[in-house]
Each structure stands twice: as C-alpha cells, then as structure tokens.
Design a protein around this ligand. Structure first.
Ligand SMILES: *Cc1c(COP(=O)(O)O)cnc(C)c1O
Length: 361
C-alpha cells in the first residue's frame, strides 16, 4: 500500500503518472526498449524532449522571448550558474540577494565567490518566519540582478507577491512551488527549479531564462553550466537525464489533464487551508509563520515540546504518514503537501493530529 509521504523532496509523484510510466517501462511505445536505454538522439526521445518544453511552456504560459532548458546538477548548481551566466561585459556581476531561508542563503554564499554580492534584505532576525518588506529602494540601482527564493521549503514561508525591483532583472528559485501555484513568468528574468518537488524524479532541473540575458556568461563559466550551451542544443548538448525528463513530461501531461496550474493551485490552497485552519484552532499545535507569508506547499508546526515532536513523527510513521519530522534547522514537524499529495492525505494527517492531541494534550 502506498503511504502518504510528506517529505520535502524527493516527494510524492502522482500515482497515475507512476502507473503510466510503469506501463511503458520495459517497452516504451513499441520501441522495444525503455526510455532509460534509448539513444537521446533517437526520434522517440527527441519527441519526449520536445514535449517537455512544449508542455511546460503551455502550463506556465511562458512567452516566446524566454528560453526553456532542462539541465542537470539540481537547483544547487544553479546557485553558481546564476552569477556565472549574468556577467557584465565579461566582468563578474553585482547581485542583490534577499535572504528568506536556507536555500536563499546558500545561493548567496555560492554567488559571493563570483562577484560583488550583497544581502539586500533578510528575515533571519525572526528565524525566517516572514518575508521582509521590499521596494525598488531595497536594491542597488546598478545591480545586475536580484535573487529571491519564492517558496522557502524548510521554513514554510513564501512571497505573497513579486517584489518590485525597479527594473533590475529578477532571478527566482521556484524549486518547491513551480506548477503548484501560478506565477506570471513575465515578472521574472530567470526562473529555476529542481524537479523533485512538483515535477518528477530528481536529476533534471528546469531553467527558464529571458532571451536577452541568455548570452552573458562569464568567460570562465564552465561549458556545462552555461545556459546558452543547452539553449543552442535544445537541452541535448550531452547525455540528458532522460528518464527524469520523461517522467516530468508525463507529469506535465497529467497536470494539463487536471485542468492546468490554476486548478492545481486551487486544490493546493484548499489542502493547505484545511491544515492551517486546524492548527490555528488549537492551542496544542503552533505554526510560527506570519499569516500572509504562509506557504501552501510546506506547512511547519510544533507541538508543546521537543519530546512530543519526536513522538509525533514516530507514531505518525507507524500509521503510514511518513517524513513529517521537521528540518533540523527548524525542529518540530513539516508537512510538505505538494501537487501529488491527495486531499485524503491531509484528512488522514488532521485525524492523526486530533488523536495525538487528545492523547497527549
Ligand atoms: C530542494 C530545494 C533546493 C535544492 O535542490 P537540489 O535539486 O537538491 O539542488 C533549492 N532550493 C529550493 C527552494 C528547494 O526547495
């Protein structure tokens, strides 16, 4: 029996997608081989690769003046790729970073090696339980880009709106909310996301980059990190993570069948709303994030004590609600409820929370 997996990533995939992949696992579409064994220069794989881009463009309404590539290295490799791809006339760039959690801090620390970087704003003073107020004045007028992490996977917070950068290109890590909530791609110059939260298995990373910024790589940028390398080769410069991209393509098809991102967002808001309403209605559990900034993808909560937190995660796992232990930086619990978490998982979690409160409250 499948469990309700609340892991922050890798996380649940749609069961229907897994079944479709299973159907084609040994013999994909009559080719006599699996996608894992196929030449990436073959017609069937080229079709999968082309579908991946076309479907993502459709789902996110990506305008034609943006390139879309599928690369390896995870979101973490983009932390370095960003400064290396956004140089200024061959010089290292100036980047302004908004620090709202662990991943934006990591992105900043990598970038510092490659240019004139500043932490323009931070919410570290209150353990990342809010998003700092930002305006065009928050950033250096001559910055080459502003970097944000739109949904903070570990701390369970998110931007309530896209900040005004005063025209400076905005680069955003959407790893844990891509396809889970609608964004207007035109608000961003670069969007990147590892697959293993809302898209598919780990191994493939999506980069969406405005064409006018696609050819600004620093001369020392490794060929494999250069966005233009994969743009020119339609993500097939070298052997791609074919199986991950294939599962991602099947997920894109399925999200489209579900009604697209708007429909999925509505379902996600409902799921998160149920959980937050329950947490807010009891004194036993607490969520520390300021309400306007609460993530609909990662819901953190604590019980009255560390001991009870431990007991909660252990007992929940025994009844099929797994990976609820919070990140070591935050403690408590975290329920990651990405697109593929069914409403039944939320209902089961709330029922367990009530029962646990009754026994230990
Ligand atoms: C998971 C995650 C990452 C790290 O992704 P990798 O693909 O493991 O490098 C970075 N940023 C955010 C927001 C994430 O959720």
């Amino acid at each position: 029996m499948r469990k309700f997996n609340f892991s922050a990533g890798p996380s649940m995939l749609y069961e229907e997608v897994l079944r479709r992949v299973q159907d084609g696992l040994v013999d994909y579409n009559g080719t006599g081989m699996s996608v894992m064994e196929m030449s990436h220069r073959s017609k069937p794989y080229e079709a999968i690769n082309a579908d991946a881009e076309a479907l993502l463009r459709e789902l996110m309404d990506i305008p034609s003046d943006y390139d879309v590539i599928f690369v390896q290295g995870g979101a973490s490799m983009q932390f370095e790729a960003i400064p290396l791809n956004l140089s200024r006339d061959g010089a290292y760039p100036k980047g302004d970073y908004v620090i709202t959690g662990n991943f934006s801090e990591k992105a900043y620390k990598e970038a510092v090696k490659y240019g004139d970087m500043v932490a323009a704003a931070s919410s570290k003073d209150k353990n990342f339980t809010y998003i700092p107020a930002l305006s065009a004045d928050s950033f250096r007028k001559d910055a080459d880009y502003v970097h944000i992490c739109y949904n903070n996977t570990i701390f369970g917070s998110r931007f309530a709106s896209v900040p005004d950068t005063g025209g400076i290109p905005l680069v955003a890590d959407l790893s844990s909310c891509i396809l889970g909530q609608a964004v207007d791609v035109r608000d961003f110059s670069v969007i990147y996301a590892g697959a293993q939260k809302n898209i598919g298995p780990a191994g493939v990373t999506v980069v969406i980059v405005k064409k006018e910024l696609a050819n600004r790589a620093h001369p020392l940028c490794p060929t494999m990190m250069k966005w233009s390398t994969q743009i020119k080769e339609k993500s097939l410069y070298n052997t791609p993570p074919a199986f991950s991209t294939y599962v991602a393509t099947e997920t894109f098809k399925y999200v489209k069948e579900l009604g697209g991102v708007a429909a999925v967002q509505k379902a996600n808001e409902k799921k998160a709303g149920m959980l937050y309403d329950y947490i807010d209605g009891t004194d036993f559990y607490n969520n520390p994030v300021e309400k306007p900034y609460r993530s609909i993808m990662n819901v953190t909560f604590t019980s009255p004590s560390k001991e009870l937190d431990e007991q909660f995660a252990a007992e929940a796992a025994k009844v099929g609600l797994v990976s609820l232990k919070g990140h070591r930086l935050v403690g408590g619990m975290r329920a990651s409820i990405y697109n593929a978490m069914p409403p039944a998982g939320i209902e089961a979690l709330i029922a367990f929370m009530k029962d646990f409160e009754r026994k230990n409250g």
